[in-house]
Design a protein around this ligand. Structure first.
Ligand SMILES: Cc1ncc(COP(=O)(O)O)c(C=O)c1O
Length: 347
């Protein structure tokens, strides 16, 4: 039995359903490292097709997809232009520096996003002998710490132009790309078109236990394979887990809209609670960030008290909390969590 009555900590906390587990049990498998696992190969083809790219590579995690792409596109001492809230800045334990000797040139901007103009200003030009070389622009779709916000396609296309004018590559961290797709009805192919590399995660809203697929040109994926091997990410009978990802693609994409409705519902229930600050019209997908500074309690205090009531909500900064809706959260859970938050604030 789950420890929490309602777990809004993360969309990574879903449990594979009985049907998904059955798909794993039934999977045809082979040696993935040798390119011989038919289920992994099928998954990679499905994602490459979905995103309009030539080829795909299965990796154990989204973080590894970022790090592989960074390693392929950049050389030691190069820099990556990305938002200051990006996952690679805060949550990959300095991997771009540790694994590939890269610098991160982080930009500010509302909602986890920046503009083409900022990219043009950030690019090191002219490239003299003493300057790091700007090499890659990396964008998170949706932006996690930006609030689950969706980058408008036009803004990305403007950034692509700025990047290409300076011969920079474009990479998309698409951990939650499909949340953007179901919300806007812009296809994954359209969103991925401006990028030289991109990936989607299966262990988030899609509800699979493991894995992400990185896509790009065949040439890029051939190089990516070498880096995956270097990082120790090559696997053996990985069809067992890839089958869950195929199941997720076939069954769990359209329903992401329910998570978005639940997120908005949760925000509407808690938005007027004393001391809680959030902007309802900023809830675009499945992440609800809210400020608790006016409650007289810290985020950690509130989170601890909620835990005692069987509700788990995360803390992203001392006074900022994050609730995430997902496959294992129903509408009634949302009401329960909101009521418990209200009771906590009244304690
Ligand atoms: C935006 C973003 N990028 C990358 C990752 C890393 O994905 P993984 O946990 O599969 O390594 C996450 C995980 O939360 C994320 O939110």
């Amino acid at each position: 039995m789950d420890k929490f009555r309602v777990d809004l900590y993360s969309d990574t906390n879903t449990r594979p359903s009985a049907a998904m587990r059955q798909a794993c049990a039934d999977a045809e498998v082979g040696n993935e490292q040798a390119g011989e696992d038919p289920t992994v190969n099928r998954l990679c083809e499905m994602v490459a097709d979905l995103m309009g790219k030539e080829a795909g590579l299965y990796a154990p995690s989204g973080s590894m997809c970022n790090e592989i792409a960074y390693r392929v596109w950049c050389r030691q001492g190069d820099e990556i232009i990305l938002h200051r809230t990006a996952h690679a800045v805060h949550a990959e334990t300095g991997a771009p520096a540790a694994l590939s000797g890269l610098m991160l040139h982080s930009l500010d901007g509302p909602r986890g996003q920046f503009s083409a103009e900022q990219v043009r200003t950030a690019v090191r030009q002219p490239l003299t002998n003493h300057r790091p070389r700007s090499r890659l622009v990396s964008i998170e779709q949706t932006s996690n710490q930006g609030g689950g916000t969706i980058w408008p396609l036009e803004q990305i296309q403007d950034i692509e132009k700025a990047a290409k004018d300076s011969k920079l590559y474009m990479h998309m961290d698409g951990a939650r790309l499909l949340n953007a797709v179901v919300e806007t009805r812009i296809t994954a192919t359209e969103y991925a078109a401006p990028f030289d590399s991109a990936w989607i995660d299966f262990s988030k809203g899609l509800g699979a236990p493991v894995g992400a697929v990185l896509v790009g040109s065949s040439e890029f994926i051939a190089e990516a394979w070498r880096c995956k091997q270097q990082f120790g990410g090559a696997m053996r009978q990985a069809g067992i887990i890839a089958a869950a990802c195929i199941f997720a693609l076939e069954h769990n994409v359209d329903r992401l809209t329910e998570d978005h409705e639940n997120a908005r519902y949760f925000a509407s229930l808690i938005g007027d609670l004393p001391g809680i600050k959030l902007e309802l019209d900023r809830i675009e997908t499945n992440l609800v960030f809210f400020d608790v500074s006016a409650t007289g309690m810290s985020g950690i205090d509130i989170a601890n008290r909620l835990r005692q009531r069987g509700i788990r909500i995360g803390v992203s900064a001392p006074m900022r909390m994050r609730a995430v809706t997902h496959l294992d959260v129903a509408r009634a859970d949302i009401e329960l969590a909101a009521n418990e938050l209200k009771a906590t604030l009244n304690e």
